[in-house]
Design a binder for this molecule. Structure first.
Ligand code: HEM
Length: 147
C-alpha cells in the first residue's frame, strides 16, 4: 500500500467513522428531554464535526484525487479498463456520501441554533452512511465489477 493509499484510509476512518458516530449521537440528542443535557452536547458535536469529520473528508478527497491524477482518469473510467464499472459506481456513491454529510451538517446547525431536530433523520442517515461505506470498501477491495 502506498503512502497516499494509507492516508486515504486514515481520512476515511476520520470522515465516515466520525459521521456514523456523530449522526447517532445527534439522534439521541434530538430525543433528549433534559435541556441542560441537550446544551452540554452542543460543543462536543461541533468539535467532532469540525476537528474530526471535516478534516477527515478533506484528507480522503485530496489523497483520492492525487491518486486519480497519478495514474490518470482513463485508468479508472475508460471503457475496457481493469476497473470496469467499479469506479463509476464508487464515485456515484461517494457523491451520495458528500450530500449526506452536508445534510447532516445542516441539520446539526438547526439542532444547535433552534434546538430542533428529528431522531429519525439522524438514525436513518447513520445507517445509510454505514451501509454505503461497507459497499464502497468491499467494491474497491474485491473489484467485483471489474472489467
Ligand atoms: C472523496 C473522493 C474519493 C476519491 C477521489 C477516491 C479515489 C481513489 C483512488 C484513485 C484510489 C486508488 C485506486 C488504485 O489505483 O488502487 C482509491 C483507493 C481506495 N478508496 Fe477511494 N476515493 C474517494 C473516496 C473513497 C471512499 C468514500 C471510500 C470508502 C467508503 C473509498 C475507499 C477506497 C479504498 C478501500 C481504496 C483502496 C485502498 C488500498 O487498499 O489500496 N474511497 N480511491
Amino acid at each position: 500500500m502506498t503512502w497516499l493509499a494509507a492516508f486515504h484510509i486514515i481520512g476515511l476512518i476520520l470522515w465516515l467513522g466520525g459521521l456514523i458516530v456523530l449522526a447517532r449521537l445527534m439522534g439521541t440528542h434530538a430525543a433528549m428531554e433534559d435541556p441542560t443535557a441537550r446544551k452540554a452536547l452542543i460543543d462536543f458535536e461541533k468539535k467532532s464535526y469540525f476537528i474530526g469529520v471535516l478534516p477527515g473528508f478533506l484528507l480522503a478527497l485530496i489523497t483520492g484525487l492525487v491518486m486519480l491524477g497519478g495514474k490518470g482518469p482513463a485508468n479508472y473510467f475508460a471503457p475496457g479498463s481493469a476497473w470496469g464499472l467499479t469506479f463509476h459506481i464508487k464515485m456515484t456513491l461517494v457523491l451520495g456520501l458528500i450530500v449526506l454529510d452536508q445534510l447532516i451538517a445542516a441539520k446539526m446547525r438547526k439542532l444547535h441554533k433552534e434546538d430542533e431536530g428529528s431522531k429519525g433523520f439522524f438514525m436513518a442517515t447513520h445507517g445509510i452512511v454505514g451501509l454505503l461505506m461497507i459497499v464502497i470498501v468491499v467494491m474497491m477491495k474485491t473489484n467485483i465489477l471489474g472489467g
